[in-house]
Design a protein around this ligand. Structure first.
Ligand code: CDP
Length: 232
């Protein structure tokens, strides 16, 4: 059996996917690829262009037209991926609360998902990649050698997002974050196309029960256990 070259990590907002994904990618010398950034880039671009988020046709046309590049970070300012939109660095713009509030709606649109999935597969198929999102194990890379579904209670996830936002020096309101997160969870899990759910062969980890170091250790163990040769 060969070692997996594609690792899929899915789960709800702030479940610790990006921290786990980044640490795992570093450990394995893989590329870390946060697919949510692509949906965020479409959302930010629509907002910037004054396109109504519920105008599916216009948002979809936009998604098919724009060039989004997500790559390894080139600036050491805390980002874990660079995001470029038509060549412009929007790595921090895509983190704005307005994007948080609208991205789940955008990601329900079938043409948007198709456009993003094609680009994500192209990167995934090169291998040596840790891909993080909502539908990586179920739709984008169903043959991924290791699939992890990372979850945590909504209270814990809201608390983490609150701390992250404050650590960046931005104002944050825990109640508001929790409301926005619940709304996003509901849209992501109930949408018709590629809803958030664990793949049948995913390992489900509830990160309420573990520290991030423990989650990383667990994931490395699972990675090693997916092969039976002594070099693993
Ligand atoms: O960082 P956080 O977990 O809050 O969100 P994200 O991973 O940046 O994803 C933002 C939104 O994009 C999610 O709430 C989903 O609606 C959507 N998304 C998706 O539909 N499919 C993916 N593979 C990744 C993200």
């Amino acid at each position: 059996m060969k070692l997996p070259t594609v690792i899929a990590i899915d789960g709800p907002a702030a479940s610790g996917k990006s921290t786990l994904g980044e640490r795992l990618a570093k450990h394995l010398h893989f590329l870390y690829f946060d697919t949510g950034l692509m949906y965020r880039a479409v959302t930010w671009c629509a907002l910037m262009n004054g396109i109504a988020i519920d105008d599916e046709l216009q948002v979809s046309d936009l998604a098919e037209r724009i060039q989004i590049d997500v790559q390894a970070p080139t600036v050491d300012d805390g980002r874990i991926n660079d995001v470029f939109l038509n060549g412009r660095d929007i790595s921090w713009e895509v983190r704005q609360p307005e994007v948080d509030a609208n991205v789940s709606q955008v990601s329900t649109y079938v043409r948007v998902r198709t456009a993003m999935t094609i680009q994500q597969r192209r990167i995934g198929e090169r291998g040596n990649v840790v891909m993080v999102g909502r539908d990586i194990g179920t739709v984008v890379m169903p043959d991924a050698g290791l699939k992890i579904y990372l979850t945590a209670s909504v209270m814990e996830r809201a608390r983490r997002r609150y701390e992250e936002t404050r650590a960046r020096g931005q104002p944050a309101n825990l109640e508001q974050i929790m409301r926005s997160m619940k709304r996003r969870d509901a849209i992501d899990s109930s949408r018709m196309i590629a809803p958030l759910k664990p793949a049948p062969d995913a390992i489900v980890i509830d990160s309420d029960d573990y520290s991030i170091d423990e989650v990383v250790m667990l994931a490395i163990d699972y990675y090693r256990n997916t092969c039976n040769n002594s070099e693993c």
